[in-house]
Write a new protein. Sequence first.
Length: 105
Amino acid sequence: MYTIVIEEECSCFKKSGMENNMTFENREDMLNKARVMECLMNQQFCMTHYFEAVDYDTKIVMHRTVRPVDEDDDDVEDAVDLVRSSKMTIGFDGSEASPKDAGGN
């Protein structure tokens, strides 16, 4: 028998309807289910934890760790503000002729 065990059930896991201590007849089914669970848990849960499926041959244990806080998210500027604060000027000067190899007519 092959099993998937959730090491520590967080509240998101408990609310998810997912099952702990699942058993499988073959290793391939266990691996496939663990991959799906790991992906779903990392994408759909509250993002407080990061989940990692660790393979111990006949058992996969889902370990959880607290996600680090990304402090850069608070400082993200709006694209308009970035353009305004840029020292680079982007524009078209109609008085200049295009280079001969620019592909224009």
